[in-house]
Design a protein around this ligand. Structure first.
Ligand SMILES: [Mg+2]
Length: 349
């Protein structure tokens, strides 16, 4: 199993604000509308660790946060600023030339080519320092075999942490964690497992996998493997040299493919223009949605043959988007082609 370094920025939005408002450092901060200033019933979009000490959490109504602590600074969210910082962090990580992917606006996974503990820790420390020095932002890094367990390791070491889990440590690490700590296990799955008497990842590891399959289908089987430290999840390779992608924030959040079809056309045009310039055909089409809560999802499909057709790109992209829209409002979308092949010679005369 590949060794994976998982990087998660600590209270990202709040930390971005403190980086440019150093006078707020060490004080509780909420990103969101102040309940005093606005009559609107807002929610905490993000908060720093000082605010969390009072029990304040993200997604909590600001009126409730105010009851927990009235002496908190409020700053309106500045999403384009956070996205700008995120893409600069992405560029910094890409410079290491390893297989890497952004998992959300403030999380990234890097797959290591070597297997050693020392070199992995050295890279992690370097990344933490680089991000600290350049952006004045804290992050936590978890290193483990498999992306999911690396993310869980990372979560356990927050804030400003660094943790390395080797094969021998992983069982003890997972043993007493509640099943809800596994990414992808929400309240519904947690309740289903609870009814089977499964509370911890250790319980999960001991359960007959056919029982899990019966209750949760193939996800149950996956959970069994992860609980036993057998995490096969890897980093998707999306390096720019082998793909062409464009992204755009929508003018208005969208809830259907129709609402974003204008932007899809625009992105497809831009991608095709670049493909023509590089004289390449493509065999894989991918799309990405960023939702209003800043989580990302990607989907891709391989074609039977190489294509240079904008129509194929648009139809396929729309089909893929239709599988991603509807649940949550979409604020930003991306279209990408990969598995590129150089077209033979012919230039138009
Ligand atoms: Mg984070």
């Amino acid at each position: 199993m590949a060794l994976i370094l998982y990087i998660d920025m600590d209270s990202f939005f709040a930390s971005c604000e403190i980086a440019r408002h150093p006078e707020l450092k060490g004080k509780p901060l909420i990103v969101g509308s102040s309940p005093i200033k606005t009559k609107e019933r807002g929610v905490v979009q993000a908060c720093n660790y000082e605010a969390r000490k009072y029990g304040i959490r993200s997604a909590m109504p600001t009126t409730m946060a105010y009851k927990l602590c009235s002496d908190v600074a409020y700053l309106e969210a500045d999403n384009s600023y956070y996205e700008r910082v995120s893409s600069e962090i992405e560029a910094l990580l890409k410079a290491h030339n390893l297989r890497m992917e952004m998992d959300s606006i403030d999380e990234a996974a890097i797959e290591l080519e070597t297997d050693g503990r020392d070199s992995a820790l050295e890279l992690a420390k370097r990344i933490k320092n680089d991000i600290k020095n350049r952006f004045n932002l804290p992050c936590t890094v978890g290193i483990a075999r498999g992306k999911i367990i690396a993310k869980m390791a990372c979560d356990s070491a927050k804030p400003d942490g660094l943790i390395f889990l080797d094969r021998t440590d992983v069982k003890a690490f997972l043993q007493n964690l509640s099943v809800g700590k596994i990414p992808g296990v929400g309240n519904k799955t947690e309740n289903k497992l609870g009814m089977l008497g499964i509370k911890t990842v250790g319980d999960l590891a001991k359960t007959d996998p056919t029982v899990l399959f019966g209750a949760l289908g193939s996800f149950g089987k996956e959970l069994f493997l992860i609980a036993n430290g057998n995490d096969q999840s890897r980093v998707l390779d999306e390096t720019p040299a082998i793909s062409i992608g464009r992204e755009k924030t929508l003018d208005k959040n969208a809830n259907s493919v129709d609402e974003m079809s204008g932007t899809i056309l625009e992105l497809a045009d831009a991608v095709m223009e670049e493909a023509k310039k590089r004289n390449v055909a493509f065999k894989n089409i991918g799309v990405k949605t960023r939702y209003s809560d800043f989580t990302d999802r990607i989907k891709s499909r391989s074609l039977n043959n190489y294509s240079e057709s904008k129509e194929v790109l648009i139809t396929t992209a729309k089909k893929l988007f239709s599988e991603l829209v509807g649940k949550k409002p979409v604020r930003k979308i991306g279209v990408r082609v990969s598995m590129l092949s150089q077209r033979k010679g012919q230039k138009s005369l």
